[in-house]
Structures are given as C-alpha cells and as structure tokens.
Ligand binder design. Structure first.
Ligand SMILES: NC(=O)c1ccc[n+]([C@@H]2O[C@H](COP(=O)([O-])OP(=O)(O)OC[C@H]3O[C@@H](n4cnc5c(N)ncnc54)[C@H](OP(=O)(O)O)[C@@H]3O)[C@@H](O)[C@H]2O)c1
Length: 325
C-alpha cells in the first residue's frame, strides 16, 4: 500500500469514536472513510461531522466494503472480541480499544485468528505512543535517578450513576478496573514488569462491578501502589520514586501531559511536550505505518504486552472476586 491513503472504518459511534475521528481527520495520508453504528441516523450524523464517505447502520455492512483498509473498534469491552473477529474474518486490519477483551482466553483467540488470517491486530493502548510517556519510560530505563523503587499511580473520576451506562453495566464489562484501572496497571507493567505477587481490594456498585479498586504489586525490590475509582476525581498521576529522585508524570498521566523531575535535593525541572492533537494521532500514525509496511503485529504494542496486560487484570479480578459471565 506504500504512501497511499489509509481508508479507516469505525465500528461504534460513541464518545471515544468521536475523539479518535477528531484526530484521524488531521492526519495526512489517512481518512475516515466509513462509520458503522447500530443506528443508521446516528452513523449518518457522525459521518457528516467527520466527513466520512459512507455511513452504515449495521457493523456487518462495513466489513463487507472492499474499500476499508483498517477498522477501529470503539464498542464496549464485552464486544471487542466479537467485533475484532468479525473484521479479521474479512481480512481487515484491526485497532481495538482497551481492554483488548474481557479476559486472557478471549485475547488469545483474537491473536490466534489474526495470525491465522495473517492480518494486522493491535490493542489501542494509546498511552504507550505518547511522547511524554515514552520519555518517562526511557528515563526509568536509563536509570536517570537510579533504580525504580516505588510507583504510585491513580486514575479517578466520578461519572453519574446510571445502571444502563457501560461504566456500570456488568454485561458491558463495567467497573473502574477495566475502564481506567488498566492505565495504572499498564504504567506498572511498562516500568517494573509483571509483579511477583498481587494484593487487591475493591468496593462494588449494586450492579456488581467495582466502584473502586486498590492494588499493590509486589516486586523483589520495588512496590507499585495503584488505584482506580469512579467515586471521586483524583490527580491521575504516575509518580515513579527512584533511588535518587522522582519522575512524576503529571495529571492526567495517561493522556498528553508533562513530566516533573525532582532530584534528591528537591530541585525541580518541568519537561513539556508539544501536543497538537488529542493524543490518538500517535497510535493512528503507527498503525498506518504498520499497514503500509505489510506488518501483522506492532513492534511497540506487541501481542506479548497485550497478553501481559490482560492476564494481570485477570489476576487482579481474581483477588477482588470480580467475574464477568
Ligand atoms: N483510549 C481511550 O482514551 C478511551 C477512552 C474512552 C473509552 N475507551 C474505550 O472505548 C470503548 C468504548 O467506550 P466509549 O466511552 O466510547 O463508550 P460509549 O460512548 O458508550 O460508546 C460505545 C459505542 O458502542 C456501541 N455499542 C454496541 N453495542 C452496544 C451496547 N450493547 N451498548 C452500548 N453501546 C453499544 C454504540 O455505538 P452505536 O450505537 O453507534 O452502534 C456505542 O455508542 C470502551 O472499551 C472503552 O474502554 C478508550
């Protein structure tokens, strides 16, 4: 495909799809070609706003369109596997929202099918592509302030309680852990790797999903204290305590942000980054490049990383007794 325009399709015209499309239309050599919603009117409205060529009132119609080069899946967690399989079975490259699926078993099935169909598949863990996050990980990797001893990371906001919203509905994979706790967990896995031991406790909404979750990852020489909550707004920072100083990703750490470096004498330096988009452009450009190069797996958000992430989330869910049927 080389430098030709990548024609994107989106499945699910919800709130993240709008943000993704906002960034997509700013990218050269890529365009929003098609949008699919369960409701045709909704698809048409979305299509008009973001100048899509085609609007479908059925997800299946989109995958039958031979002009679609890539699909972004923006449906609730519990549909990620089904919609990923639908696209892969039609040999369409898939960028699927986080969490990749509901559990390890589902993720493994998706990866297996992607390999069988020799079709590109990647989890849309956009944070790993953001310059500030990569910069922080690089400093940690280089031991800028010596060894990493402790990570404190949180993510909290207070959505209005609504049993039918995907955030609270168990059938749709609701709960704070899978929706936002995934980011502190990802920060820990990216900096310290898989923990030797996990402790976690949670509180629950009447719908049976976790309203908040407190997690501790224990490592041989380090500790990660992680939190997600739907009960209050939190700073949403990632604070990496190293032997000789602190690397702090300022709130909200999972999206385009800045970094504070604090040495052992208390001297502070603020590192800022040029962010001209909402931040989804980085994962989109990476994915476009993979398509042009004919790749079937990302070298950044690898299958191994997605497997590590979902299996860790499975273990945390086991600790807090949260099961999805
Ligand atoms: N990367 C990020 O920054 C980020 C941020 C927010 C969310 N996300 C992820 O993106 C996914 C979607 O989140 P969202 O906030 O965009 O959710 P949302 O606003 O509720 O949109 C989800 C869309 O999925 C479709 N859908 C299909 N079956 C559905 C069902 N049974 N119930 C409800 N919706 C259904 C709907 O689209 P149609 O009606 O058009 O078919 C709906 O608008 C989640 O997995 C979430 O984790 C990622």
């Amino acid at each position: 495909m080389k430098d030709e325009i990548v024609h994107w399709g989106i499945i699910g015209a919800g709130s993240i799809a709008k943000k993704f499309a906002t960034d997509l239309i700013t990218i050269p050599n890529a365009k929003l070609y098609a949008i699919a919603s369960r409701t045709l009117v909704k698809a048409k409205n979305f299509g008009e706003t973001f100048q899509a060529d085609v609007a479908y009132g059925d997800y299946k119609e989109l995958v039958l369109d031979p002009n679609v080069d890539a699909v972004y899946i923006a449906t609730p967690h519990s549909f990620h596997k089904e919609h990923t399989m639908l696209c892969l079975n039609h040999h369409i490259p898939v960028l699927c929202e986080k969490p990749f699926a509901m559990n390890l078993e589902e993720v493994e099935e998706m990866i297996q099918l992607a390999r069988k169909k020799e079709t590109l598949l990647m989890e849309a863990m956009w944070t790993i592509f953001l310059p500030h996050f990569r910069y922080a990980l690089d400093l940690i990797d280089k031991q800028h302030f010596g060894a990493l001893i402790k990570l404190e990371a949180d993510f909290g906001f207070q959505p209005e309680y609504n049993e039918r919203s995907r955030l609270f509905d168990k059938q749709l994979g609701g709960g704070s852990l899978l929706d936002i706790g995934i980011y502190p967990v990802f920060a820990a896995l990216s900096s310290l790797g898989s923990p030797e031991h996990i402790e976690a406790k949670a509180e629950f909404f009447p719908t049976g999903v976790d309203s908040e979750c407190d997690i501790q990852f224990h490592y041989k020489n380090a500790l990660a204290k992680l939190k997600s909550t739907f009960k209050k707004e939190t700073y949403t920072e990632a604070i990496f305590h190293c032997k000789d100083g602190i690397i702090k990703i300022n709130g909200r750490f999972h999206e385009p942000s800045s970094i504070s470096l604090i040495d052992h004498n208390g001297n502070k330096e603020l590192k800022t980054f040029d962010n001209n988009t909402l931040g989804y452009s980085y994962e989109i450009e990476h994915f476009n490049q993979l398509i042009r190069q004919g790749k079937t797996e990302s070298d950044i958000m690898t299958f191994e990383k997605s497997i590590q992430l979902i299996s860790t989330l499975d273990k945390v869910r086991q600790c807090i007794g949260l099961e999805y049927k």
